[in-house]
Design a binder for this molecule. Structure first.
Ligand code: SF4
Length: 297
């Protein structure tokens, strides 16, 4: 057991005792309301979806096919593995009716060896009728909704062109929780204009909400994004963390998050050829080991 915080393995063991569980990423061909003009245009300034979509999933394949391909990918090593269908790319509750969405999630959840569903989305794309459907599915197999919150500062949210507010995060978390659906928040450390204290403030506010998990990562300046363009021109106040500073900050974050909330991870590791800064060249487990060594002291 991780002595410092509840990690994702422990969270999974609580939900699925005795099982080994792996996420299977799915790209179901969603778009994003912050790109197509429904909510905003241009997307969040740091976003290039190609940097976080695994190679084995393609929106050209049906969801069921992607699940099978994902299982083949992992099954060779661990035949007894169970899976969470993870609707990851873009905004996975947007642009289709609740009935169509629920049909898709349900079919994914019914695939052999799939024990639950994770749905990544924005706080402003969770209408009540969809939540009713998710609550019903959650009675059969666990559903986790992962909300991109990023920061509790509305000024920063504006600056990074998120086009939602922290109040919308609070509202969506409250509505999901009231229906018994587990909620994870995605947060980014080191956004433009923010320092370590700002990140801790966001983590504190997140932990005051009825959430089940937090997924953190350092801001990466990724190629093909407005952030890189503005950073190179010196138009935006952003200083990527050094590894040492980020380790220090993560140690503070661990001490801020209560044990009942899972910390899913601390590091984003997009393909190195896509990242302009910071270039640490670390895998998630390597960073975690460094952090744990630090927490021992
Ligand atoms: S981070 Fe999410 S909300 Fe922002 S542009 Fe990318 S897909 Fe859209």
């Amino acid at each position: 057991m991780n002595p410092y915080y509840k990690d994702f393995s422990e969270y999974m063991r609580e939900m699925f005792p005795g099982m080994k569980v792996q996420k299977l990423s799915i790209d179901a061909g969603f778009t994003c309301p912050n790109r197509d003009g429904s909510i905003g245009r241009g997307g969040c300034i740091y976003c290039n979806n190609a940097s976080f979509t695994p190679g084995y999933c393609s929106p050209n394949d049906a969801v069921e096919t992607q699940i099978e391909k994902g299982k083949d990918f992992f099954r060779r090593k661990y035949p007894e593995m169970k899976y969470l269908a993870y609707f990851q790319s873009y905004t996975n509750t947007f642009g289709r009716s609740p009935d169509v969405l629920m049909d898709m999630y349900r079919k994914a959840s019914e695939s052999e060896d799939v024990v639950g569903v994770i749905i990544g989305t924005r706080p402003d794309c969770l209408p009540d009728d969809l939540l009713d459907g998710l609550a019903e599915l959650n009675q059969k197999k666990p559903v986790i909704v992962e909300i991109g919150a990023e920061t509790s500062s509305d000024d920063t949210l504006r600056l990074i062109n998120r086009n939602h507010t922290w109040a919308q995060v609070e509202d969506s978390v409250g509505r999901l929780h009231s229906k018994g659906i587990r909620v994870g928040l995605h947060l980014i450390a080191g956004l433009p204009g923010e320092n370590g204290d700002d990140v801790i403030e966001t983590v504190r506010k997140a932990c005051a909400l009825p959430i089940d998990s937090i997924k953190m990562h350092q801001l990466q300046i990724v190629k093909g994004t407005p952030l890189l363009e503005r950073w190179e021109k010196g138009e935006i106040d952003v200083e990527p963390f050094t590894l040492e500073d980020y380790l220090k900050l993560c140690a503070r974050i661990v001490k801020t998050i209560p044990r009942h909330i899972c910390i899913e991870r601390f590091l984003a590791s997009s393909p190195p050829e896509m990242v302009a800064a910071p270039k640490w060249g670390l895998k998630n487990y390597q960073f975690t080991n460094m952090l744990h060594n630090r927490l021992k002291i």
